[in-house]
Design a protein around this ligand. Structure first.
Ligand SMILES: *Cc1c(COP(=O)(O)O)cnc(C)c1O
Length: 353
């Protein structure tokens, strides 16, 4: 070890899903949207004046903040935007989880949470989901340094009822509670956004990546009380004032403008999810009721890991987590109907079911 290495911060990084360079692949492993972004996004990109790239972008991201405030009927002082919700959540960890008490998130959940906690030296505890993979709300009724959980949860796709979300928020008004709604647009809802008016300790985090088909643009946002947003902005402006590029501001705004396209693609994905659920069931797979754009499935007679490997050989990528309790499950992103048919043909072939 070199002398200078003694004081290097060592971390175990998050492992993102594979992004293979395989032109023939069917990619159902990272919950991307199979449809393109709204047509207005293409137009906004085509008409982007590149001369404007000479200048710094608006540090307040005003245009996009305004569009989101209008869309979700909240004040502009209630919206914070960042470079994907990963950036927003990381910023929230730094801003709000400083009590020294352990923060709480489920044992089976978004695997980035423990990575940020470690990075920022935040102690954490991970209450276990129950046998049906449900979040046990009572586990969150105790002294803690803050709470975060996804709803619907990842990778289970399970939705928590609004009254349970509210109970967690209501019983934890001494700390900040973050609900990560990366997949809420695919669920019956309702979103915890409805609760923001009543609880100034609640932050709802959403993203353009999944439901708006813009993973590649990196846009996420948090909505909460003006006080929470002010604290977040103070940390952001102490770190990097220009997180949102000009293209992100323009293209994101264009996406929000097209509500009809948004509803239409989400409708298609939900319909495919319904059909996919039936097809999987017919083959003998079992899965928790899906509320996101993926199904978390296991088979009583076939090993998930083997299916995962066999599918990969056929250029079909799904997600497999080699993690206790869920190591016999596949997380299958909902693709187009044609992609799902190809997956089912391969699964029938591999399983003989
Ligand atoms: C995808 C995802 C995110 C991050 O999305 P961004 O692309 O960074 O906006 C956050 N939370 C959960 C649960 C996710 O699945």
């Amino acid at each position: 070890m070199k002398k200078w290495e003694e004081h290097v911060r060592r971390v175990t990084p998050y492992t993102p899903g594979e992004q293979p360079c395989d032109p023939d692949m069917i990619k159902l492993n990272t919950n991307e949207n199979p449809y393109p972004p709204a047509p207005g996004v293409r137009k906004a990109l085509a008409s982007l004046d590149t001369d404007r790239l000479r200048l710094y972008p608006d540090p307040s991201a005003g245009k996009l903040v305004k569009a989101l405030a209008c869309r979700y009927k909240v004040g502009e002082d209630q919206v914070f935007v960042g470079v994907g919700s990963d950036d927003v959540i990381a910023m929230c960890f730094q801003t709000f989880f400083n009590s020294g008490k352990p923060i709480l998130f489920p044992d089976i959940s978004y695997s980035f949470y423990p990575v940020w906690a470690e990075l920022f030296d935040i102690p954490y505890e991970t209450p276990a989901l129950d046998g049906d993979f449900r979040i046990v709300k009572e586990d969150y009724f105790r002294d803690n340094g803050g709470i975060i959980f996804p709803n619907p949860n990842a990778p289970t796709s399970l939705l928590m009822a609004q009254k349970d979300v509210e109970e967690i928020v209501a019983r934890n008004q001494g700390v900040v509670v973050m609900v990560d709604e990366a997949y809420m647009d695919f669920a019956k809802g309702p979103s915890a956004l409805e609760l923001v008016k009543r609880y100034d300790n609640l932050l709802v985090i959403q993203t353009f990546s999944k439901s708006r088909a813009m993973c590649g643009m990196r846009i996420g946002y948090a909505i909460g009380s003006p006080r929470l947003i002010r604290y977040l902005n103070d940390v952001k402006f102490s770190f990097n004032s220009y997180t949102m590029s000009l293209p992100a501001l323009e293209l994101g705004t264009a996406s929000v403008a097209d509500e009809e396209y948004f509803r239409e693609t989400i409708g298609k994905i939900k319909a495919t999810r319904e059909r996919a659920g039936k097809a999987l069931k017919e083959m003998g797979f079992v899965y928790p009721e899906p509320s996101a754009n993926f199904i978390f499935a296991t088979h009583p007679r076939h090993k998930a890991k083997e299916l995962f490997e066999a599918l990969k050989k056929r250029h079909i990528y799904v997600r497999y987590f080699n993690q206790k309790r869920i190591d016999n499950y596949l997380r299958i992103t909902i693709g187009t109907d044609a992609e799902m048919e190809a997956l089912f043909a391969a699964l029938r072939d591999e399983t003989g079911e």
